[in-house]
Design a protein around this ligand. Sequence first.
Ligand code: GLY
Ligand code: MN
Ligand code: MN
Length: 438
Amino acid sequence: MTLRKDEYARRRKQLMKLMGKGAIAIIPAAPERQRNSDVHYHYRPDSDFHYLTGFNEPEAVAVLIPGREQAEYILFVRDRDPTRETWDGRRAGPEGAVRDYSADDAFPVGDIDDILPGLLERCGRVYYSMGVNLDFDQRVVGWVNTLRGQTKLGIHSPQEFVALEHPLHDMRLYKSKAEATVMKRSAQIAVGAHVRAMRNTRPGVTEYEVMAELLHEFHRHQADISYHPIVGGGANGCILHYHENADTLRDGDLLLIDAGCEYGLYASDITRTFPVNGRFSPAQKAIYDIVLEAQEAAFACIKPGNHWNEPHDAAVRAITQGLVRVGLLKGRLPALIKEEAYRKFYMHRTGHWLGMDVHDVGEYKVGAEWRVFEPGMALTVEPGIYIPAGTKGVPKRWWNIGVRIEDDVLVTSSGYELLTSGLPRTTAEIERVMASAA
Ligand code: GLY
Ligand code: MN
Ligand code: MN
């Protein structure tokens, strides 16, 4: 556990306060996923479940019943089993769930069908995230139906189903001090990985060898990938979600690396674009500097009181202006922005929330209005320009230039803190680091 027990306790308390008395929340852990025959994917706990429990075993179910006297926080977990533990690893068991994870009460998950209907019976409102785990949805419906079938015996069944993700994801949007510390660590591990990748890039090296440098740096810090890295040289850098990472890097091309790690279950998400041979060509530098200006313009909009779309609007304006300056767009700025002429070269948005999920939870709009920034929100800032070979009306010297610059920030009371600090961002800084490599 990276966070202290009281951090999880505080979250449960906050959620239970939002739920109020007469409610029950049911939160299942993510199921294990089979990769092939007897092999499973490495188990990654469900973000919502972990956020509230800190418990990382599969098959568990957390139940919160605010105001219940005997126990407000109940964990259903796999029972101890010496044989299974020899094969698959240690289990906390119900005793460990109480002792080490602060559950008020805990039971073997095999007994849940006997216990849960009784807990539901006294609750009018059920907080549950429907549609995430279809098998578990069926079980929840089954428990409710068990009660409905007993109404003639004077048994009550819940009257209301409430989407748990609404209050819970709103809580997850605001990072505590402890979370911000873990996120900064995640970002700094990824910064180290990107520096290592820059230092190990030169013509003739393959994309997968560069990916191996990233992975080495993640794993030696006990971090994992937060998504499959994008390591795309030349034309591959113009494919937004390029994932093969199979080609050999060529002299004169750019390399775009979009890679972040997950540390203590918190994601970082960084993109850098740099020349394979260590020196930007004039055309590459011209495009790079437009993207950098766009990122600076977006950064300047991140402060409490500004809304979610302001950084994007600022980035769009800077990119459109820059593309006019180098002759790739022609016309008047307001009209080009209105017609979205920039979308030919910049077709994605300027960022997303960042947290336990790389594209983290949290609404971007409240009602019809863009969300206003508040301290504790974390996001990426990632403008780009992509010019694949053969782009209509574009001279050859611009072809296969794909540039994205992506950093992670935390909104503070006065503006923002750059979590990914220390990673070269300007062309001069990048060239200096690459020159010091050999
Ligand atoms: N790596 C995914 C993203 O940048 O959103
Ligand atoms: Mn991103
Ligand atoms: Mn990214």
